[in-house]
Design a protein around this ligand. Structure first.
Ligand code: HEM
Length: 413
């Protein structure tokens, strides 16, 4: 075997034709293991078992499978929660308390779903940061990246409408603030908001449609994730060196199952600690107050995983431009394959670019902190500076630094 190819252990197992008069293959035949190689099932074998993976992938490549597990947990726990939840403004809050107190294991389902959402975002953000660091978005994986950016946008939408369902104070007022953003659309803005609400305020029609969509969108995410992996497997994975990956490959199973398992165990231990010892630490206390359209909370704060986006929105004094800037974050992220001009892919070999990268990561964290603060001095000004750096990283530093480094390399040569 050359280092350029590997043979799957089952590859040589072929099913012999039946002998004359013979109806079935003998049961004891070892060849029954070849079921996975039947035409209808080879897709599973090709993509989740034999898939040729670069042998030098680190633990950083485990976040993709972990994100898939998170999506599975959210769908499974959500289906069971929906069996006991009632999407009506008079009953929603009480039905969640019913789940917490009366339903067998209901508290676990709810805390698993609520904390699982936060953990899902942490995993996906790490997955994205890995991609940015190692240049996994660069050609030929542009489609993988663009699909990922769309997935992130739909994830945020799904989480946002899910947060409305318990119908607490933050649910109602968070929904009111965010849906009202559509009013910035020129000419038809106010009509769009009324259409989104299904009335003249966030009310029963809104809650009902949010429940319906919150049940639907995770399946859209599952479909997009399959496309995301299909697009990846068309060319194969990147690797920590950022070099051509075809040189040394091993099958996904068992090598990366064993490696990913380590991350899955750590993930479940940490998630369990949150569920059992501090289940409300990631949430906001005000959401334990039933929604009251007559009383606005002092501070309307979204969930921690959208705080940086919220900070970008609020750092721009004009409402329309604020919404444009917030959407601009996704556009910049999705455009990364075309904004990056350097020929060296991995930041492990670009110390200056790595310094700017880590500054951008710190900026994102600080934006998260600003998003939780009131819009007043000095938070407003700090938020504006951070927003400016964040966009400069994508739109100015990344293209120009790559171009500059390549010019230096050309001179060396
Ligand atoms: C539901 C969310 C997501 C799921 C289930 C998911 C799943 C996966 C899986 C299983 C892999 C292969 C293993 C790995 O390289 O980690 C992968 C690779 C990748 N994903 Fe995602 N992903 C998600 C979101 C995203 C997002 C938001 C982005 C970026 C905007 C993204 C960008 C990428 C890239 C660039 C790769 C290729 C990495 C490489 O080959 O180095 N993914 N994803």
């Amino acid at each position: 075997m050359t280092p350029y190819e590997y043979t799957h252990p089952l590859a040589s197992t072929s099913v012999e034709p039946l002998a004359a008069g013979q109806k079935y293959l003998p049961h004891a035949s070892g060849k029954r293991a070849a079921l996975i190689r039947q035409p209808m099932l080879t897709v599973i074998d090709d993509h989740v078992s034999s898939y040729p993976s670069p042998s030098n992938l680190t633990y950083m490549w485990g976040f993709g499978s972990l994100a898939g597990i998170c999506l599975g947990i959210q769908i499974a726990s959500g289906i069971f929660l929906a069996m006991h939840y009632t999407p009506h403004v008079d009953l929603a809050f009480a039905s969640v308390e019913h789940i917490m107190r009366d339903v067998q294991g209901g508290w676990f389902l709810r805390y698993l779903h609520a904390n699982g959402a936060g953990f899902f975002f942490i995993v996906v953000y790490l997955h994205v940061l890995r991609g940015l660091y190692y240049g996994s978005y660069s050609q030929p994986r542009e489609l993988v990246w663009v699909l990922g950016s769309v997935i992130l946008l739909i994830m945020i939408l799904t989480a946002f409408i899910g947060y409305v369902l318990p119908w607490g104070q933050m649910s109602l007022w968070g929904a009111t603030v965010i849906t009202s953003l559509a009013s910035v659309i020129p000419v038809v803005g106010n009509d769009v908001v009324t259409w989104l609400w299904g009335g003249f305020s966030v009310d029963n029609a809104t809650l009902n449609r949010f429940f319906s969509l919150h049940y639907l969108l995770p399946f859209v995410l599952a479909g997009l994730s399959i496309l995301h992996i299909a697009a990846l497997h068309q060319y194969g994975s990147n690797n920590p060196l950022g070099t051509h990956s075809g040189t040394d490959k091993v099958p996904l199973y068992p090598h990366f199952y064993v490696k990913d398992l380590v991350a899955w165990v750590v993930f479940f231990i940490v998630l369990s600690m949150f569920i059992h010892y501090m289940p409300n630490v990631l949430g906001h206390a005000d959401n334990y107050i039933p929604a009251n359209p007559l009383s606005t909370p002092a501070h309307i704060v979204p969930e921690f995983y959208v705080l940086p986006f919220y900070a970008v929105l609020r750092s721009i004094p004009d409402k329309l431009l604020g919404v444009v800037a917030m959407m601009g974050v996704f556009v910049c992220l999705g455009a990364m394959p075309w904004l990056q001009t350097a020929r060296i892919r991995s930041l492990a070999f670009r110390p200056l670019a790595a310094a700017f990268y880590w500054t951008m990561v710190a900026t994102a964290f600080l934006l998260g902190w600003i998003g939780a603060m009131p819009v007043e001095t000095p938070y407003l000004e700090i938020g504006q500076l951070l927003t400016a750096y964040f966009f400069a990283y994508f739109l100015v530093i990344t293209p120009f630094l790559g171009w500059f480094e390549d010019a230096l390399l050309r001179e060396e040569a």
